[in-house]
Write a protein that binds this ligand. Structure first.
Ligand SMILES: *Cc1c(COP(=O)(O)O)cnc(C)c1O
Length: 399
């Protein structure tokens, strides 16, 4: 018999009642160290006092008015995002997938507004993940997610990861732009070579295409910069964000230059909930902290420490971990053993991590993690490695 909750997730049979900083607590009061951050969402950890305060204050005053009216929190958050980035304008959504939908529609509309509606195709990359809507699934191009859902939304041309020649070959008279994650998240924490992003920028300029970044996962301070592409010095025309900017409240946004947004006028796009006062209070609250003095420097420093210590574990346990990748507090361990076995060994040490493609386990501590807690997590990872090795030696001896 089907469960009341649609059984689309393979869940860990564990639930939590309370969170505080980097820790989650079960009903029985058992503490788990959360180095998955709800898949890079809880950027400021759990129950951050400032977010609790701004959300509760907003909840006392006003929840929802719809976008029929001016929402002051939107005006403020948009202005701050515009000041902090390449963008001139922002559309607010409830999720990453919707932020991508807006980005895709905007790119198509841009060319249509220039009297070339035939330019609607986007070049995307193998292994990418852009969401679960029909269009974003087509953009990601992963067969396992597309199977059984009818005709694939047209307009996406997939090329191999970091293959510039393939990108060039894929550009034709129907191409509208290029869509890429500056750090691939679900695909296995793959950093795109900064040089490659600059090449894409140059190609877009040369061919009149729009460069679109998906920073839903790698953005909002995760990499140690406000947005990951800042490491590469290659600005986009459009960028989708979500996850961390909501700090646990469902929200996302599509950021764009004035030029890229030229086709988007009154009536061309919309969302009932997008940018609602509660979400905007939290988004502004997240920026209050992340844009604070030295916050991102600290993320970078902690990221370097984390990487060094993980590299040492990788050296000590080459039979368990093959490679360390990532930037800032967005790290990936490419495993020698199945990543599910690695995640289970971490869980046994009461450490939460997240799997990803290419047999990677993601280590995504909250950006506010302190050094002591970071070390605690690293020690648990090391113990997990030790236990994996021990259990495999026992199995090898027995056979
Ligand atoms: C999570 C994610 C999405 C989809 O976001 P949802 O909020 O689940 O719709 C899109 N792109 C990337 C890179 C993501 O990590």
């Amino acid at each position: 018999m089907i469960t009341p909750v649609l059984p689309t997730y393979a869940r860990v049979p564990l639930s939590f009642e309370k969170g505080e900083g980097a820790y989650l607590f079960t009903n029985e009061g058992e503490a788990y160290l959360d180095f998955g951050s709800g898949i890079a969402v809880n950027a400021l950890g759990h129950a951050h006092p400032h977010l609790v305060k701004v959300l509760s204050e907003q909840a006392q005053r006003l929840w929802h008015t719809s976008n029929l009216f001016v929402i002051p929190g939107q005006e403020r958050l948009a202005r701050r995002l515009v000041e902090a980035t390449f963008a001139d304008t922002v559309f607010f959504t409830n999720s990453g997938g919707e932020a991508l939908e807006c980005s895709i529609k905007m790119a198509r509309k841009y060319h249509a507004s220039l009297d070339r509606p035939e330019r609607f195709r986007l070049i995307t990359f193998e292994g990418a993940f852009h969401g679960r809507t029909l269009a974003t699934l087509a953009a990601g191009g992963q067969q396992k997610y597309l199977d059984g859902f009818g005709p694939v939304v047209p307009g996406f041309d997939q090329v191999p990861f970091e293959d510039l020649a393939a990108v060039k070959a894929a550009i034709n008279e129907e191409t509208a732009g290029i869509l890429i994650e500056p750090i691939m998240g679900e695909g296995g924490i793959k950093l795109v070579d900064p040089q490659f992003l600059r090449h894409l920028r140059a190609l877009c300029d040369e061919h009149g295409l729009l460069l679109i970044y998906d920073e839903v996962q790698c953005g909002t301070g995760r990499s140690g910069k406000l947005f990951a592409h800042e490491w590469a010095n290659a600005l986009p025309d459009i960028m989708a964000i979500a996850k961390g900017i909501g700090g646990g409240f469902p929200m996302g946004a599509c950021l764009a230059t004035e030029n890229a947004a030229r086709g988007m006028t009154a009536g061309s796009h919309g969302s009932t909930f997008g940018g609602n006062p509660l979400a905007m209070a939290v988004g502004n609250g997240v920026l209050d902290i992340i844009l604070g003095p030295e916050f991102l420097d600290q993320v970078q420093e902690k990221g370097i420490l984390l990487k060094q210590k993980l590299a040492r574990i990788c050296d000590d346990y080459p039979d368990v971990i093959e490679e360390i990748r990532g930037k800032g507090l967005m790290m990936g361990l490419k495993c020698k053993v199945p990543n599910t076995e690695f995640a289970a060994a971490c869980l046994a040490e009461k450490l939460l991590v997240v799997g990803a493609g290419e047999n990677v386990v993601r280590i995504l501590p909250p950006l506010v993690v302190d050094l002591e807690t970071l070390d605690e997590g690293i020690e648990r990872i090391e113990r997990a490695c030790k236990n994996i090795r021990a259990s495999r030696e026992i199995t090898a001896e027995a056979s």
